[in-house]
Design a protein around this ligand. Structure first.
Ligand SMILES: Nc1ncnc2c1ncn2[C@@H]1O[C@H](COP(=O)(O)OP(=O)(O)OP(=O)(O)O)[C@@H](O)[C@H]1O
Length: 267
């Protein structure tokens, strides 16, 4: 299936990394049916870091699951680079809990994802090292998952999601269970990884600050069934400022205020 092409920056036609067209999703049937989402339409261009914010139960995870291909929408169409998404094919997913194999090593957890992605065995050790390096875990390939901290486990989950050159990352409140300091470190590293790799990300959070810090675009959803109530480009510098300087910018405060007001209005 193909999507309607958008006009690219240079005027050439490009296919959006993610296209959500008139999508609505209902769980169950009849009297017990739950209208979870939509109708909603969104295009996510390649390289964008889209953050979805909205009240609890508004359908954020549902939208992410549809983009991952875990579910098909009740109506409308979701495509990833013009294809109907299949789990694990076009995107890597990071959940709130890292969901690793605890009895395996860090390297084996990432290596397994490479194996599923069809990377030849001989190439895997170097690719594992490269991926661990990218998420700030150099030299940990031989450690057991139960020996490392929760924050490090979430870094392994990120490395696993990046394996196999899938350039779409879907993250569902990945840092919500971490302490504040670890959460900030991971946010900083994810921001850097997104910028360095040019990967496309869709990230779900309840935190307005996390949204402004990470996003190149913020979308706020209404209460269930979630529809878009704010679609805000975020044009903060991606390099050259440390996190405290970034958070100190007047533009940062303005984006926080605008997003926070939209989230409160939606709740
Ligand atoms: N498998 C399911 N069967 C029935 N209802 C479901 C199912 N999954 C989700 N729902 C309902 O659909 C609605 C949207 O759920 P979803 O998890 O997408 O919301 P969310 O915005 O991610 O919530 P939260 O921020 O609390 O994680 C909720 O009312 C939820 O209870």
């Amino acid at each position: 299936m193909s999507t309607a092409p958008d006009a690219g920056a240079a005027g050439t036609a490009t296919v959006a990394a993610v296209s959500v067209r008139d999508v609505a999703h209902v769980y169950g049937r009849g009297g017990s049916a739950v209208r979870a989402l939509g109708p909603i339409s969104l295009d996510v261009p390649a390289g964008e870091f889209l953050v979805l914010v909205g009240p609890s139960g508004c359908g954020k995870s549902t939208l992410l699951r549809l983009i991952a291909g875990f579910d098909r929408p009740t109506s409308g169409a979701v495509t990833v680079r013009g294809e109907v998404p299949e789990p694990g094919r076009q995107s890597g997913v990071v959940f709130q809990q890292p969901r690793l194999f605890p009895w395996h090593t860090v390297g084996d957890n990432v290596g397994l994802a490479l194996r599923y992605a069809g990377v030849p065995r001989a190439e895997r050790p170097a690719r594992v090292a490269e991926l661990l390096d990218r998420v700030g875990l150099s030299g940990t390939a031989g450690r057991r998952v139960w020996e490392i901290s929760g924050g490090q486990q979430q870094r392994v989950a990120m490395a696993r999601a990046l394996a196999g050159d899938r350039d779409l990352l879907l993250l569902d409140e990945p840092f919500a269970a971490l302490d504040a300091l670890t959460r900030e470190r991971l946010q900083e590293d994810l921001r850097r990884v997104g910028h360095e790799t040019g990967s496309t990300s869709v990230f779900v959070t309840h935190s307005v600050d996390e949204a402004v810090f990470l996003a190149t675009r913020i979308v706020v959803l209404s209460r269930r069934p979630g529809v878009v109530t704010l679609d805000l480009p975020v044009d903060l510098p991606r390099t050259g400022l440390d996190p405290d300087e970034l958070r100190g910018l007047p533009e940062y405060a303005a984006l926080r205020a605008e997003t926070g007001a939209a989230v409160r209005a939606a709740a």
